[in-house]
Design a protein around this ligand. Sequence first.
Ligand code: PMV
Length: 361
Amino acid sequence: MNNHHFDNPDLILSHGHSNNGVSSWQSPSNIALIKYWGKSTGQIPKNPSISMTLSEAHTYTTVKYQPRGSQDEWIKFTFEGAEAPSFAARIEKFLGSLSSIFPFLKELSLAISSENSFPHSSGIASSASSMSALALCLCDIERALFGTLSDDSAFLAKASFISRLGSGSACRSVYPHLALWGKYGPLDESSDYYAVPWQGQEVFNSFHDDVVIVSGEKKSVSSSAGHALMDTNPFAATRYQQAQDNMTSILECMQTGDLMRWGEIVEDEAMTLHALMMCSHPSYILMKPGTLICIDRIRAFRQETGLPLFFTLDAGPNVHILYPDSIADKAQDFIKSEIMPLAENGRIIPDQVGIGAKQMV
Ligand code: PMV
């Protein structure tokens, strides 16, 4: 497979096509357990990653399409009811790059509207939910116009492939519960080009992820700049090997249900991600003092109670607190009394592992 695998010059409209319609999808964000950090040209990850699909944090996207007259605008984009020129430019560039995969897009006029269920700069990856929601709509339009992609797993694999081209980690958002992206030797079906669903013990299907907003400021270094800095990071090769090894261990833990060892790996991955940022050239730090205090308190709570409550971090200062549903009461008491005072304006966004994307219209 390569980035041209889904090119299809036959997907052009003929006069017989009914080519008006609407597609709406809701797609969630995801939180990585084994982190994707570092990539090659064409959005190819340097190591495999695995994530939990979230439930409450999602993007809802609607694409209305109709034949495009010579004077018609190609794309009209609104975000949360208002025009959003910077997002619109990114989407237009993205759709322009898909012309060999979906040649029919240029023949249509598209009105795209999108909204997020969660606030901006909250440490929840909005690129993952928004790019996957858009990719699902595009595959759905292909299916409606050409009768292709009738098989659900082929549909989701293509949607994951398209999501990846929009934002790497977005390809993991289309599946329920857990999704693995990137070639991982022992798993034949794994691929650098799209994610595949992965099933662990039942306990992981209802895990909680409460996001502590330590700071809602826009981050100082974008993810794409961060990935690029891995190219000159002196620890890059060791990191990519560590990710492979951590993948083997975490999949084992999710098969056996060993939560304590699982949490150790998840925290190791979060710390490694931020350590890599700190030892990049130039070096940068995305954690804030409040991030470290949260981490200390989480570790102290675990030591005192023996309960399986852990943290992970995305590329930002906000702390994702992970725990199984069976300890939800005790975990939430702890979060309320010891963590909430550290959150900006007391903001904590509760979420849980979810069932993946769903079609709305
Ligand atoms: O998908 P991107 O290019 O925004 O990269 C995201 C990378 C992390 O969120 C830090 C880790 C991950 O695997 O999601």
